[in-house]
Design a protein around this ligand. Structure first.
Ligand SMILES: *Cc1c(COP(=O)(O)O)cnc(C)c1O
Length: 389
């Protein structure tokens, strides 16, 4: 290893980014159902609007708006609108006059950038650890380790994937030997890859976490679960919500995410981010998407209907255990399987033109459009018939 490099980086495994969706081995188009993107591109008319903006308004010689002023006002409207969903466990009823302003918002180059800024803001240098409940989104661990931040991992109940909060509480009360105190608890609502939302008991536990620990609720999929803990942010200075335009809004190509939190935390995130973190074209795309959100979010209704249909189909396959889902993806396990079995299924599906993900000792399958989902269930059934057990 080059002598000037941090030695701990020799061990870290980075995120394996998607190679970009090419074709499958037989030159058929590939059903890319491995990264939970929307199967729907932006409507052509909106792409035209964006193309026109690029030609007539955007000056490529100028830096982007580094304050994200206009986009923030649109995000602010959307965040306030999203409060109508709430969470069944929360009976709080903040006065309608109370709401979110731009001082509650920071925009990132995807949620990934926000996660990294949250880590830098709380755990560096060597003053905090983070807690995650596996299986969960891998980026928290990957980004923490890239910054030399220790990760405490607790498990989940094997039946419903509820967090092992006794272990988590223990880690917060008494960090493992040699670990600095836990400064961030990362939760996904609903979780990836297991597709379950936070239950009332889990929310109650999260509420009991002391205010010197930051609770991050990642709501990348809240449009599909139609459940949000956003109101908590108005009442708790140690809660922050992250969201993204990469899923329901169909803008994965543009890398736009946002955090909603206490103004003091937001001010720090704003200091930490790169000054021009969001390219002009991405800001424009997010604004156009928010302006046309009623139309774009119609895709969510279609995906929810397909999700529920595909769940029923996969539940009828004896070799599979298909878990309940409130996301835009399914989590299934083979009834008796080793990692080799999963690898086999993954490869066989890829060979037939369907790309899914093996993670959390199970298969995570993104909901595609109707035709893709039919191919998913057909191909999965065919592959399972050839399984060597
Ligand atoms: C897809 C996803 C995101 C989105 O990340 P971006 O960087 O905004 O694209 C965030 N959190 C979870 C849990 C996800 O699955």
């Amino acid at each position: 290893m080059l002598p000037f490099l941090r030695t701990d980086l020799a061990q870290t495994i980075g995120y394996k980014p998607n190679p970009g969706h090419g074709s499958c081995p037989h030159d058929r188009p590939l059903d890319a159902l491995d990264t939970n993107e929307s199967p729907f591109d932006l409507p052509a008319a909106l792409k035209q609007t964006l193309a026109t903006a690029y030609q007539t308004e955007i000056q490529t010689n100028r830096y982007p708006d580094g304050s994200h002023q206009l986009l923030k006002t649109w995000v602010q409207d959307y965040v306030n609108e999203s409060r109508q969903y709430g969470h069944p466990a929360l009976k709080t009823n903040p006065s309608p006059s109370q709401g979110f302003g731009v001082e509650h918002l920071s925009l990132g180059n995807g949620s990934d950038e926000l996660i990294r800024s949250l880590l830098i803001a709380t755990c560096l240098p060597q003053c905090g650890s983070v807690l995650v409940a596996d299986p969960t989104f891998s980026m928290y661990g990957i980004l923490a380790e890239s910054l030399g931040i220790p990760v405490v991992r607790v498990g989940r109940n094997p039946d419903d994937f509820a967090i092992d909060w006794m272990m988590a509480q223990e880690a917060i009360d008494r960090p493992p030997a040699g670990f600095p105190p836990v400064r961030i608890v990362f939760m996904v609502h609903p979780n990836s890859p297991t597709a379950n939302g936070l239950s009332e008991a889990e929310v109650r536990w999260l509420e009991s976490i002391p205010e010197e620990v930051l609770v991050v609720i990642d709501e990348a999929y809240f449009e599909f679960s139609q459940s949000t803990l956003i109101d908590q942010v108005l009442e708790r200075s140690n809660w922050v919500i992250t969201r993204t335009f990469s899923k329901a809004f169909r803008l994965a190509a543009h890398r736009v995410g946002y955090a909603v939190g206490h103004p003091e935390l937001i001010a720090v995130l704003e200091k930490l981010r790169l000054p021009y973190n969001l390219p002009t074209f991405s800001q424009t795309a997010a604004i156009v998407a928010l302006q046309h959100r009623t139309q774009i979010l119609e895709g969510v209704t279609a995906i929810i209907a397909e999700r529920d249909r595909l769940t029923q189909v996969l539940k009828a396959i004896p070799a599979l255990h298909c878990y309940p889902t409130v996301g835009n993806f399914l989590f299934v396990r083979l009834r008796q399987a080793s990692p080799e079995h999963y690898q086999y299924v993954l490869e066989q599906l890829h060979d037939r033109g369907t790309l899914i993900r093996y993670t959390g000792h199970g298969l995570r399958i993104t909901i595609g459009d109707e035709a893709m989902n039919h191919r998913t269930s057909d191909r999965l059934q065919a592959v399972l018939k050839t399984l060597p057990f």
